[in-house]
Design a protein around this ligand. Structure first.
Ligand code: GAL
Length: 409
C-alpha cells in the first residue's frame, strides 16, 4: 500500500511538473509604471514561444528584492529566472554552483560578438563560463530637471551642477524642493556616486572605486564631493518620499527642481507623456563631464533538475537578447540595448544622447561591477547616516568613507 501511495504520489508530481514544464517564475523588482511596462515586453515575447511567464515582481526596489531572491536560491526554493544587477551580486551563487551555465547557448548565438560593451558579458563570466544574460545598459550618471519648477521660480533650467546649486535658493523661495530624493539607502548612495564622478573627476573616482585607494578617498578631490553631498542633503531636506519613482514624480509635477537618478527614470517621464527637451531636461554627468556608467540588469537562471525547465530557461535567455525584444524592452525601460546592431531611431533625445556617449567610448564600470555587495552595503549604511543627520559633517563622513575603502574588496 505504502509503495502504491508513493508511486501514485510521484506520478502525480511527475504529471504536474510536465504539465507546467514551460512555466517559469521570473523574479524582479520592476514595479513602477515605466518598469512594469518594460517587463511586460519580456513576458509577452516569452509567452509567444509557447512557454508561460509567471510574474514574480517583488515590490520595494532592489534593496528589498535581492535578499529575498538570494535566500530563496540558497534555501532550495529557486525561481525559474531572476533579475539581478550585473556585476558581482551573484558571484557567490555562481561560485556555489547554483546557476545554470549558459555558455553553450552564448556560443551558438555568438553573444561575444553581439553584446557591447564586452564588459557586460565579462560581468556574467566566471572561469570562462557565462552565467547570465545582460539585458540593458543602465547608467546612473544623470540629473533630471523639471522645466515647470524652474519656470515657476523664474530662473533658467540649469545646464550643470554649479548652476543647479546657484538656482536652489530661487526654487526654495518659490516653495519648491531643489532636489528630490527618496529615502531608500541605494538612492543617496547612487547620487553620491554620480557626484563623485562629476566633481572629483574620473581619475580620482577610478582610484577610489576601482583601485580601492583609501588615500584618494581621504584626499582633496573627495573632500569636494562630500561638500557637494552636504549641499545636496540640504536641498533635499524636505523631500520626504520613500520610493525613487515618487521622487521622479515630484520632478514630473514640478514640485522639485531635479533628481539625480539612473536612466530608468526615463520610463516614468514616458508614462507621464512628458517630452525630453520640452518638459524636462536630462544632463549626463551632471552637465560637467559627459559620461555614462555601464551597469544594468542581467537575468540568471538557477539550476533545475527538470530538463524541460532548463529548456524553457534557455529559451527565455535567447528571447531576451533577440533584436526585437531588445528594442521593445529598452525603449520602455529607458535603458540602452546591449547590442549595437539594432535600430533605435524611435529613442527620445535623452536616449539618443546616451547612445552617442556610449558610441564615443566615454564609459565607466558601475559600482556593482567593481565593489563587492558587502562594501556597497557599508557605503549605503554610511550614506543613510550622513543624509539623515544634518549635523554629520562632510569631513567626518569622508573619514568614515575612507576607512571603508581601506577595507574594501
Ligand atoms: C536598478 C535596476 C533598474 C531600475 C532601478 C530601480 O537596480 O538596475 O533596472 O529598475 O533599480 O528599480
Amino acid at each position: 500500500m505504502k509503495t502504491f501511495a508513493n508511486l501514485l504520489g510521484s506520478a502525480a508530481l511527475l504529471g504536474a511538473s510536465m504539465a507546467h514544464a514551460g512555466e517559469l517564475e521570473v523574479t524582479h523588482w520592476w514595479t513602477s509604471g515605466g518598469e512594469a511596462a518594460a517587463v511586460a515586453e519580456f513576458a509577452e515575447a516569452f509567452d509567444a514561444t509557447g512557454n508561460t511567464w509567471v510574474d514574480g515582481a517583488i515590490a520595494g526596489s532592489g534593496g528589498t528584492a535581492r535578499p529575498i531572491i538570494i535566500s530563496r536560491i540558497l534555501g532550495g526554493d529557486p525561481m525559474g529566472a531572476t533579475q539581478l544587477n550585473h556585476g558581482r551580486q551573484a558571484e557567490e551563487l555562481v561560485e556555489a554552483g547554483l546557476m545554470l551555465d549558459l555558455t553553450e547557448l552564448a556560443d551558438a548565438e555568438g553573444w561575444r560578438d553581439i553584446v557591447q560593451p564586452t564588459s557586460l558579458l565579462d560581468s556574467c563570466t566566471l572561469d570562462g563560463k557565462i552565467y547570465c544574460v545582460p539585458v540593458n545598459i543602465h547608467s546612473w550618471q544623470w540629473i533630471w530637471l523639471s522645466h515647470k519648477a524652474y519656470a515657476d521660480a523664474g530662473v533658467d533650467v540649469p545646464t550643470n551642477w554649479d548652476e543647479f546649486v546657484a538656482a536652489a535658493p530661487a526654487l526654495e523661495a518659490a516653495g519648491k524642493i531643489p532636489l528630490a530624493m527618496g529615502q531608500q539607502p541605494w538612492q543617496s548612495n547612487g547620487a553620491f556616486g554620480v557626484m563623485a564622478i562629476a566633481i572629483a573627476g574620473i581619475d580620482a573616482w577610478s582610484k577610489v572605486t576601482i583601485e580601492k585607494d583609501a588615500e584618494a578617498a581621504a584626499g582633496p578631490e573627495y573632500a569636494k564631493v562630500f561638500q557637494a553631498a552636504a549641499d545636496a542633503r540640504a536641498f533635499s531636506a524636505n523631500s520626504k518620499v520613500q520610493d525613487w519613482n515618487q521622487a521622479t514624480n515630484m520632478v514630473i509635477t514640478g514640485q522639485a527642481g531635479g533628481q539625480i537618478m539612473g536612466d530608468w527614470a526615463q520610463g516614468e517621464f514616458q508614462i507621464a507623456e512628458q517630452v525630453a527637451g520640452v518638459d524636462y531636461t536630462c544632463l549626463p554627468g551632471l552637465g560637467v563631464n559627459e559620461i555614462i556608467s555601464t551597469g544594468g540588469d542581467a537575468f540568471y537562471f538557477p539550476k533545475n533538475d527538470d530538463p524541460a525547465v532548463t529548456e524553457a530557461q534557455l529559451k527565455l535567455a535567447s528571447v531576451m537578447l533577440s533584436k526585437e525584444v531588445q528594442v521593445a524592452f529598452n525603449l520602455k525601460k529607458g535603458s540602452l540595448p546591449v547590442r549595437g546592431d539594432i535600430d533605435l531611431a524611435a529613442a527620445n533625445d535623452c536616449m539618443q544622447k546616451g547612445l552617442e556617449i556610449l558610441a564615443s567610448g566615454a564609459i565607466l564600470p558601475d559600482g556593482n561591477q567593481t565593489l563587492s555587495p558587502d562594501t556597497q552595503g557599508q557605503i549605503e549604511d554610511l550614506m543613510v547616516e550622513f543624509w539623515n543627520d544634518p549635523s554629520y559633517s562632510a569631513a567626518d563622513a569622508q573619514a568614515a568613507y575612507a576607512a571603508i575603502i581601506a577595507d574594501a574588496d
